[in-house]
Design a binder for this molecule. Structure first.
Ligand code: ATP
Ligand code: MG
Length: 300
């Protein structure tokens, strides 16, 4: 597909990618206020519109080809703009071709299974883009920051040792590689928000009556664990950004830039799949010609 914006968006996606083997130590080296060369929102509007168009066209071919699925993992701290990013980026895509699944505190039933179980149940099938709004990474993020979550998981003694996080990270890599080897591509996005911008957004949820419903005291409590989350994210990004399933750190202080960047990352993954409309063989073309002749002959 030729589109003047495609090359630019793919280049942007590559610039946000955490190269496998990189040691990440947030916040070092990742500026949440970065805007990728755009100065104002208006400068990025054309790229976002092109991104939405490209996504729609890739999705149509992904569905027609029916060989690959795409799992988009979206992780962030509270108020980073996950929901808004999904809404804007996917606005032009056929709703039948996109699944969004949000993962909350696990149910008793979910806690009674292995830690990846609930994330396998909503995987996108071939032809579909599935978005995980929070994901299996919560198992090495919130569960690590609040170890009482681990206590609730009924683990046998042998699965609780000090190396539990290392094993989980390895288990996640193995599972993602399995998915990719079987045609479900995996791309991962961390929306990287600064503490100051989070403070502003939480305040806005209190100040603006239309946003009051979004405010949760739990978000304030989680904010108190900011540094623990930075450490847990750093470890996850360091150990699970793989060739098969790379992480991208998207600067999230400017929502308008984060949306272009999220679109770019998804487009880059789809462009790598390069889905094509199926081509008909000679027999199928002949069958079409026969059908055409029949339809023409049916004219009243
Ligand atoms: P929003 O606040 O924008 O609606 P959200 O994703 O923050 O979206 P909430 O209902 O506020 O949704 O929070 C979900 C909570 O569930 C988060 O605090 C998250 O850390 C928690 N959670 C998700 N997965 C797990 C897990 N495996 N174990 C424990 N807690 C989890
Ligand atoms: Mg929340």
């Amino acid at each position: 597909m030729s589109d003047e914006h495609l090359g630019h968006l793919r280049h942007l996606a590559r610039s946000l990618r955490v190269e496998p083997g990189t040691r990440v130590r947030l916040p070092h080296g990742f500026d949440p206020g970065h805007t990728g060369g755009y100065v104002r929102e208006a400068d990025a509007a054309g790229a976002l519109a092109a991104g939405v168009r490209l996504l729609s066209s890739y999705q149509a071919r992904l569905a027609a080809q029916d060989s690959y699925g795409l799992l988009v993992v979206l992780q962030a701290l509270d108020a980073a703009g996950k929901d808004g990013a999904v809404q804007h980026v996917m606005s032009g895509v056929n709703p039948q071709g996109v699944w969004v699944r949000s993962f909350k505190v696990p149910s008793a039933d979910e806690l009674n299974h292995d830690f990846l179980w609930r994330y396998t149940r909503d995987l996108p099938p071939r032809g579909v883009i599935g978005i995980y709004n929070r994901s299996h990474y919560e198992e090495v993020l919130v569960v690590r920051v609040h170890p009482e979550n681990l206590e609730r998981q009924h683990l046998p003694e042998s699965a609780r040792g000090k190396d539990v996080w290392e094993r989980r990270l390895r288990g996640i890599n193995d599972w993602e590689r399995h998915l990719v080897e079987n045609g479900i591509q995996v791309v991962k996005i961390f929306l990287n928000l600064s503490p100051e911008e989070q403070r502003r957004r939480l305040l806005a949820r209190i100040d603006d009556p239309d946003k009051n419903w979004k405010f949760s005291a739990a978000d304030l409590a989680e904010r108190g664990h900011w540094h623990d989350y930075q450490r847990a994210y750093s470890d996850a990004l360091t150990h699970t950004s793989t060739e098969a399933a790379p992480w991208h750190v998207v600067p999230a202080d400017h929502k308008w830039f984060a949306r272009v960047a999220v679109a770019a990352v998804i487009i880059d993954a789809l462009a790598a799949i390069d889905p094509r409309f199926p081509e008909l063989g000679p027999d199928e073309h002949a069958a079409l010609e026969t059908a055409r002749a029949q339809l023409i002959a049916m004219k009243e």
